[in-house]
Design a binder for this molecule. Structure first.
Ligand code: C5P
Length: 400
């Protein structure tokens, strides 16, 4: 499964470094070519002799080979690899990676690598949940680095909590899955709409909604990892976790979103309508801030364009159009009606009745209704996992 895959395994100074030995064995057994770079602290936890014996290659740690005056080129290493896996990754190394500090060979290799970077953190629970660590993880994710979340359990400190490096078998599964998916969407052009739209009432007020854009960002990031070219037309959102490979087209109102989508759609293979578009906008926008008064104020609203329906009407044979239906009740009948009306090939239903689903949070619970109107219900998952389920369902259409 991993035959010929070139993997650099970075090992840092954590007690979990003992698991690196079995991780190397598993990777080598799957056919991967593994080279180890260990930090000076890492050597305190596991011997280079063990690692070189298992990987079949010398272990790198120093910039210089003191015996023969040679130096180890981090640039060559970074270009050689198909993946840089840092397992275990300490809070210290992640902090340095987030800030671009490069005072050892592993960190210089990280900064110059062009391959996907995967990080499996390992540390004490209090270190893991410290805002500094959490912030650094967010920064690393925003660089497009991927995190294999640590497990919860007994820690070296004797405490119980989240921080244990994931088991080597699970890391291997993750890597196999990654290489299986990589490139599935290469050459595909994908438009995603996300976030809310803001409809101005006056220069300082608007009608909006609570959409965070997190589901759209999760879809965009996953599709980039799988080789797609992604354009994200998004209303006002926090885009700090958006993969740098995604082309972000920021808009504010539904009218602007409509215009941007109509322009882009003809070149697209797939469009995913995830935005929570405001259905109405004020008929008039006041030029100046509306003053407070004791009188009643009447706002006249006019309907916004239905972006999804416009794209549905313009859709060509070779294009796929997907939409979401956020319902406040069961909603299957409404979802099916929307699918037909907007000419969607697939609709993803989420109900605000399900705890943890919908706007704002990091989880979602969906039902996917496919081309044939057959539905598949999924359990409550993180928005990243939900994005994977949706992308698998899209891929299945291509495979048919
Ligand atoms: O009709 P409703 O708003 O519930 O439909 C939801 C679906 O339609 C979502 O995919 C949403 O992104 C899309 N939509 C749109 N333009 C609108 C309203 C909804 O693209 N004006």
């Amino acid at each position: 499964m991993l035959k010929g895959k070139k993997i650099i395994l970075g090992i840092t100074g954590s007690i979990a470094a003992y698991k690196s030995a079995s991780l190397i064995r598993l990777l080598v057994k799957e056919g991967a070519d593994v080279r180890v770079i260990i930090t000076p602290f890492g050597i305190e936890f596991i011997t280079p002799l063990t690692l070189s014996t298992l990987s079949g290659h010398p272990v790198l740690s120093d910039f210089f080979e003191r015996d023969n005056g040679d130096w180890n080129s981090h640039v060559d290493m970074g270009l050689w690899a198909d993946m840089l896996l840092i397992a275990p990754a300490t809070a210290n190394t992640m902090a340095k990676m987030a800030r671009g500090i490069c005072d050892n060979l592993l960190l210089t290799t990280y900064l110059s690598a062009r391959c996907p970077i995967v990080i499996a953190p390992a540390m004490d629970m209090d270190m893991f949940r410290h805002p500094a660590t959490l912030k650094n993880i967010e920064i690393l994710k925003s660089y497009g680095n991927q995190i294999i979340e640590p497990a919860t359990g007994e820690l070296a400190s004797g405490l119980e909590g989240k921080g244990r490096m994931e088991e080597p078998e699970k890391i291997l599964e993750w890597i196999k899955e990654f290489f299986k998916r990589k490139g599935r969407f290469s050459g595909k052009k994908i438009l995603i709409t996300a976030g809310p739209t803001f409809e101005k009432i006056d220069p300082v007020r608007y009608i909006g909604n609570f959409s965070s854009g997190k589901m759209g960002i999760a879809l965009a990031n996953k599709l980039i990892e799988e080789g797609a070219e992604v354009k994200l037309v998004a209303g006002p959102i926090d885009s700090s976790t958006l993969h740098k490979g995604v082309k972000h087209i920021p808009v504010v109102s539904a009218t602007e979103m409509h215009e941007a989508c109509l322009k882009i759609f003809p070149e697209m293979d797939i469009a995913i309508m995830n935005a929570a578009v405001s259905d109405f906008r004020p008929l008039e926008q006041a030029d100046n801030k509306i003053k407070r008064s004791t009188e009643e104020l009447e706002l006249r609203l006019v309907p916004n364009p239905d972006i999804a329906a416009s794209l549905g009407a313009a859709k060509k044979e070779n294009q796929l159009l997907l939409g979401f239906a956020l319902e406040t009740d069961e909603g299957m009948t409404a979802a099916l009606a929307k699918k037909k009306k907007k000419n969607f090939d697939m609709i993803i239903l989420n109900s605000l009745q399900d705890k943890g689903a919908g706007f704002g949070g990091d989880t979602n619970m969906i039902t996917i209704v496919g081309k044939d109107n057959k539905s598949q219900k999924f359990e409550l998952k993180s928005k990243t996992e939900v994005a994977s389920d949706i992308i698998d369902a899209i891929f299945a259409i291509f495979e048919d």
